[in-house]
Design a protein around this ligand. Sequence first.
Ligand SMILES: CC(C)(COP(=O)(O)OP(=O)(O)OC[C@H]1O[C@@H](n2cnc3c(N)ncnc32)[C@H](O)[C@@H]1OP(=O)(O)O)[C@@H](O)C(=O)NCCC(=O)NCCS
Length: 184
Amino acid sequence: MVLIAGLAVDAMRAEDIPEVQAIEREVFLTPWPKNAYQRELLQNRAARYLVLRQADVIRGYGGLWQVGEEAHVTTIGVRRQDQGQGLGRALFAALLCQAYELGARWVTLEVRASNDAAIHLYERFRFKIIGRRRGYYTDDGEDALVMWSDNLHAPGFKENFSALLTGLDVAGVGSPPPAEYPVR
Ligand SMILES: CC(C)(COP(=O)(O)OP(=O)(O)OC[C@H]1O[C@@H](n2cnc3c(N)ncnc32)[C@H](O)[C@@H]1OP(=O)(O)O)[C@@H](O)C(=O)NCCC(=O)NCCS
């Protein structure tokens, strides 16, 4: 159970970008280029970006793209001092709720092969490693692991996700998955 009072997930706005970039510089080896978030928020209709706030301070953020029936998680980060308290779990759950809302059937992402914390987080949501991209990260040549969810509507995946969602006391994370595939 994530029990930090006053946490809320919200859509990222243009005025959040400097705070998000400050977290990004803290937790990523190579932050996105300066105007990348601006472009994502203003021009990419297939993108959804979220922030996790507490007492007006952004503690973490994440985003995804819809690509046909898939959702690609593009980024997720939690302030270093706030890590290990379940905030990443809350954010990732919120991203998956967005994926359900968008009608995605699968979610995929890339993660550094050495990133145990992130891999563990995704495995909690029943994501599986299905491949490796050698030398994917150009800054240091590290391999990326490619992870996929099961079909988002597979009973086992849904049950696990709903159970994780029930354990979150964070406003705005989203609703449990729909019973049926959304009609589009
Ligand atoms: C990955 C990240 C978002 C996770 O956020 P977090 O708030 O620390 O994660 P949580 O506290 O919700 O923990 C999630 C799970 O990971 C586990 N975990 C946390 N740190 C860990 C570590 N160093 N090694 C292994 N597992 C770890 C937790 O125990 C928890 O597992 P549980 O649910 O079984 O108890 C955060 O570490 C981060 O911002 N890292 C830097 C940016 C990054 O690497 N992003 C991912 C890019 S793919």
